[in-house]
Each structure stands twice: as C-alpha cells, then as structure tokens.
Design a protein around this ligand. Structure first.
Ligand SMILES: Nc1ncnc2c1ncn2[C@@H]1O[C@H](COP(=O)(O)OP(=O)(O)OP(=O)(O)O)[C@@H](O)[C@H]1O
Ligand SMILES: [Mg+2]
Length: 602
C-alpha cells in the first residue's frame, strides 16, 4: 500500500497537493455525517423502547429543550433529524464522487498527454532501443485502465476508511468491551486475508502488464506481415501462438476476476462473525436485558453500515495492489524519460549560411561494439547537391541521421557555419521507407499542417516536382482520396513520391533523400532528379542512391565503405582516379564487361 502510494506520489510529484487535500477533507466530512447519522440511532431506539431512558443517556445540553416534549413529538423530531442527516450525507457524497471522478479523469488525461509528449521528445536512440508494442502497451493498460482504477480505489478508500473509523470510534465509546473483542477479531481476520491476497494481487498485476505487451506484439506481427504470412502459408503458425497467448490471458482474467470477488465475501462473513461476538460479549456483560437494547440497536446499525464499507475497503486494497506494478512501471518510465536530454527542437535553430560540416565523426549504435561510422570528415557547402553511395550496410543512413541531428555522434561534431548543430529551420527528409498516414493525399503531403493553413499553390508545386500530378488526377477523389493504412492504395514508387512531395512542401533549406527513388521506374526517377537539380544553389541536397544515374550531376559524390569515406569528388574525377568507382560505373552501364562506353569515358 505505501509502496503504491509512493509510486503514485512520484508520478504526480509536480502537482500541488491542495486538490488532493480538499478531496480528503471532503471524504472526512462524509465520514462525520455517517457518524452523526449512526449516533442519532441511539436516542431514537431509546425513545422507542422506553421514553424515560432518554434522560439517562449522556446527551448534549441542547436536548434539555426536549425534556418537556411528548413521546411522539420527540420521536418525530429524532426521525426527522435522522433523515436530514442521511440526506445531507448523501448530497455530500454525490458532490464528493463528482469531484473525485472529474479529478481522476483529468489526471488520467494529463498523464497520457505527458507520456506521449515525453515519448515524442525522447532522443531518437531511445526509440531505437524500444519496441513500439511496449510503448503502445504503456499508453493503454497502465495509463488508460490501471491509473484510473488506482485513483478511484485510493479515493474511495479514503472516504470509506473515514466513515468506518468514525463508526468504530462510536462503537468503542458506547460499548467498549464488545467493540474491542469484535475489533480484535476483525483486525486479525483482515491481516490474514491481506497476507493471502496481497501477493496474489501483485503477481496478477505484473502478469497482466507482461501479457498485454505480448498481445500487442503478436497482433503487430500477425497483421503487419499479412502478405508474407499468406504466401508462405504461415497463418497456422501465428494463429497457434496467438491461441496459446490467449489461453494464458484467459487464465489470467479468470484468476483476476475470481480473486477480485473473493475478498468481499470474506468481508461479509467477517462482519457477521464479529457482530455475533460483540453481541455475545454485550449480553454476557449486561446486568439486565432492558439496558442492552439501545447498544444492541447501535451494534446492528453499525454492522449494517460497516458491512458494505468493509467490502469496498477490501476491494480497494485489492485494486491498489493489482495496479501497483503498473504504477511502478509508470513512475520508472517517467523518471527515465524526464532524465533524458532536452530535445533539440526546443533550442532555436539558425539557418545555414555557409556550410554544414562533419568533423572527425564516429558513431556506435547502442548495444553495438563496432562503430558504424568512424573518422568522417565532410564539408557540404550551402546549396550543393551531394550524392552518397556505398554498399548496403556501409553507414549511409547512419551518416544522414547524424547530419540531421537524429543521432548524436559518439565522437566528433556536426557543425553548421562552424557552430555546433542546433537543428535546421526547414529540413525535408525522405526516409528509406516512407510512412504514409491513413489519411488523405493532401494531409499526407502537408504533413503536420492544420487544414486551414495548407497552401494550395505550395501543394501544387510539391506535387509537380514529385511527379505526382498524374497519380493524383487518377485517384477517385483527387487530393481528398484516403490512402489507407500505410498507404495501401499506392504502389511502392508512388509512396516514395508522396514522401518526396511531403519533404518539398516544407520548402526545405536542407533536403535529404535516402534511396527515395529506388522503387521508381527510370523515367520518373530522371524527371524527379531533374526537378531536384533545379533546386541547386537554393537548397542543400543530399541524395543517397544505389543507381549512379541519380547522382551523376552531383557537385560532390561521397563514397562510403564500412563506415569510412573511401573517396570523394565529382563524378568525372572519381571516374578518373578511383578503380572501385570505375567498376561500379561499368556494372551500371554494361553489366560485367570491362570496356567503358564512349559516352562515359568522354
Ligand atoms: N538501430 C541500429 N542498431 C544497431 N545497429 C544498427 C542500427 N541501424 C543500423 N545499424 C548497423 O549500422 C550499419 C550501417 O547501417 P546503415 O543503415 O547506415 O547502412 P546503409 O548504408 O544505409 O545500408 P542500406 O543501403 O542497406 O540502407 C549496419 O551494419 C547496421 O547493421
Ligand atoms: Mg540505408
């Protein structure tokens, strides 16, 4: 319990605790009304049994006015008071529940937004190490389900515990002997049941988290590779695994539900047992029957009120223990995320005036021993078009990720006009695999721009340069056609063109294209290459390509090999001096023949 509350307080450490305190006070007030209502039962019963007995009760002085009242009148006043107290308690309770539910929903929303912000701001390397199934799981089960459950349980525990304590205090005052006997018994039973259920609940909570993540991952695997799964006839394999996982989830749900229902049953039996003991003690201690009637009535009333309270309190304890592992996970995750370095985009970037340089850059991926890049020295002048080539796995994507500031070099630095990189004002990035939103073409191109701010002219220009006009014209609803999940309605090359149009819509000062035309036919690739070449002088462009035709007209070609720059220069310079490059050109133009065509040697 303390462990869970500590985790909760660490999650909400930034908040002022005034609201919490207010709610706790409100809970206390509900408890006090509960107390008043039960207290009123004593004189009411006394009056019903023996009107004269009222005089013998230790009542506050205000009851002196009732001394002259008739029996009937006293009873009517008492019953009315009782009703009013209950009504006031109920009204207060409604208000309390309202405030509580509102607060829980708001805090849950705040936590979801806070986590999402932290995930979005976290350095790119954080996400390289994380599985998206884990992040989606964190945002769903712990935040959307368990956080609310925990908060509700905590608040209802506060209100119910206040009421129960008040009732117990009355019992102790009115009938100390029976109350003590029953109380001792009750505490013993509760401690035993707590011992039994606590560990079960915590274990179940941990298990749920783990199963939810697996479930998320199985779903992503099964549905993500649908084509390969069909063609390879592997549906059975995935289905079996899914069925096994669902079997474990079913076992977990069963234990969860069953263990949730047991403790309240315990509660009922315990209350009945304790009250029996209390009555026995009371009767045993009493000199004559008439004297015990009021106390007996009080005991019965208290038992009647305590029973549901005890059930709810036990239920709340169970919930708090079950949600404990989730709370701990959230607290740890927040601590970890908040300790990460500040995102670059909170620093204001400056435009590139002269050049972008990589100075003695090396990069080792987390968890790897070998560097993926080392000793990289490269200067790219503003407005230049630079081509990067090299075999698969040479480090081309890593190089541009460093240049864009997505990865922070393990050694060396990225300098813009001689100063450390602070991000680019407008950078367009076409990654190797473009992520197409399940949304309209328009919103896919104007990515992250509000509808009202989309500029039609700019959109047309981006579409023209990315050779998308024909594609868009042929779509049933033009720019308003939805592209389906991951761009299902598009071909591979069309998806890449959406990526290019998206980067160009930004009117970037730096444009990076990582194999951005690899899935296109030669003619369209050439058209796009020409369109990009028109940007020379205004837009610094970096093109990673396997096809040499794409980089033929670059101002600078960088050859990467196993994480190092093996050579750099213009196309014709490299062709003159670099055997490797010559071989590449030969393969590209003629297949395996050794003779270079006239067109290239000239
Ligand atoms: N997230 C990662 N974690 C660990 N190692 C990585 C990661 N990404 C890439 N690498 C490794 O870094 C090296 C360079 O990868 P990179 O993606 O930069 O190659 P590339 O030149 O872009 O290849 P390709 O032409 O196939 O896209 C590879 O050996 C790869 O295994
Ligand atoms: Mg790559």
């Amino acid at each position: 319990m303390f462990y869970e509350v500590r985790a909760f307080l660490s999650i909400e450490a930034h908040r002022s605790k005034t609201v919490l305190l207010g709610l706790m006070l409100l809970a206390l007030a509900v408890g006090l009304f509960e107390l008043a209502a039960v207290l009123l039962i004593i004189p009411t019963l006394a009056v019903i049994v023996d009107p004269a007995s009222l005089a013998r009760l230790p009542l506050p002085a205000i009851w002196d006015v009732a001394a002259g009242w008739s029996w009937r009148r006293t009873l009517v006043v008492l019953v009315t008071l009782l009703l009013l107290t209950y009504a006031a308690k109920a009204a207060l309770q409604v208000y309390y529940y309202r405030a509580q539910t509102e607060l829980v929903a708001a805090w849950q929303r705040d936590l979801a937004v806070r986590l999402m912000r932290l995930y979005l701001q976290a350095p790119y390397t954080f996400h390289l190490r994380r599985n998206s199934a884990e992040i989606i799981r964190n945002m769903t089960t712990p935040v959307q389900v368990f956080y609310g459950e925990f908060l509700n349980a905590l608040f209802s525990l506060a209100a119910d515990a206040a009421a129960a304590l008040a009732l117990i205090a009355v019992l102790l005052a009115v009938a100390p002997g029976p109350a003590l006997a029953a109380g001792t018994l009750m505490i013993t039973i509760y401690v035993i049941q707590h011992r039994i259920f606590h560990r079960i609940h915590v274990r179940l909570g941990e298990k749920i988290l783990q199963l939810q993540e697996q479930n998320q991952r199985e779903l992503q695997h099964g549905l993500g590779a649908l084509k390969e799964l069909r063609v390879g006839r592997k549906a059975g394999f995935f289905l079996d695994r899914y069925a096994r996982l669902q079997g474990r989830i079913r076992d977990n749900i069963f234990s969860y539900e069953f263990s949730r229902r047991l403790p309240p049953l315990f509660g009922d039996v315990t209350i009945v047992l304790c009250m029996t003991v209390a009555i026995l003690v009371l009767v045993w201690l009493a000199p004559e029957p008439a004297q015990v009637v009021a106390s007996l009535g009080l005991l019965a009333a208290a038992a009647f009120r305590l029973s549901p309270l005890a059930n709810r309190i036990i239920g709340a304890f169970g919930t708090i223990h079950r949600t404990g592992p989730s709370l701990k996970l959230l607290a740890d995750e927040l601590r970890q995320l908040e300790a990460l370095p500040q995102p670059r985009d909170q620093q204001s970037p400056t435009p590139v005036r002269r050049d972008i340089a990589l100075s003695d850059v090396a990069y080792v991926y987390p968890g790897r021993e070998q560097p993926s890049l080392r000793g990289i020295d490269l200067t790219i002048a503003r407005g230049e078009v630079v081509g990067i080539i090299g075999p698969s796995g040479a480090g081309k994507t890593t190089l541009v990720d460093i240049l864009l500031g997505l990865l922070v070099p393990s050694q060396g630095a990225v300098l813009v006009d001689g100063d450390p990189l602070r991000g680019f004002v407008h950078a367009g990035y076409v990654p190797q695999d473009v992520f197409v939103l399940d949304d309209t073409v328009r919103r896919n191109i104007a990515f992250g721009v509000a509808d009202s701010e989309i500029e039609a002219g700019r959109m047309q220009e981006a579409i023209r340069m990315a050779c998308l006009d024909r594609v868009v014209n042929e779509l049933p609803e033009g720019l308003n056609t939805r592209l389906g999940e991951r761009g299902r309605a598009l071909s591979g090359g069309q998806k890449q063109r959406i990526g290019i149009a998206r980067a160009l819509y930004e009117k970037p000062e730096l444009l990076v294209m990582d194999e951005a035309t690899s899935a296109m036919d030669a003619r369209i690739e050439e058209e796009i290459t020409d369109a990009i070449a028109d940007l020379r002088g205004h837009v610094t462009t970096i093109v990673i390509a396997h096809r040499l035709s794409t980089i033929r007209n670059c101002d600078l070609i960088v050859m990467l090999e196993r994480g190092r720059i093996s050579d750099q220069g213009r196309f014709d310079e490299l062709l003159q001096r670099n055997e490797e490059f010559k071989a590449l050109v030969r393969i590209a133009t003629l297949g395996k023949s050794d003779r270079l065509p006239e067109a290239i040697t000239n």
